[in-house]
Ligand binder design. Structure first.
Ligand SMILES: [Zn+2]
Length: 71
């Protein structure tokens, strides 16, 4: 086994600002950048439109008007 393995792997740059990441906030450089990324992710998730569901629920000309009430 190689004995000169470094305790830390090659640090990745922060996805937000390209600064070296820290172990505490990996893979980000700080809590701030981590929160930034999280906020962006959440915004993206909330921005996903769900109009598909509504349009298909209104135009039910193939299956009659039966509703699935499994619960
Ligand atoms: Zn950063």
């Amino acid at each position: 086994m190689p004995s000169n393995v470094e305790p830390l792997r090659k640090s990745r740059p922060c996805p937000e600002c390209d600064r070296p990441s820290t172990r505490e906030s990996y893979p980000f450089c700080s809590e701030r950048c981590r929160n930034l990324d999280l906020a962006r992710w959440l915004n993206g998730a909330y921005a996903i439109p769900v109009v598909d569901d509504e349009s298909s629920a209104e135009g039910g000309d193939t299956g009659g008007q039966r509703q699935r009430g499994d619960d």
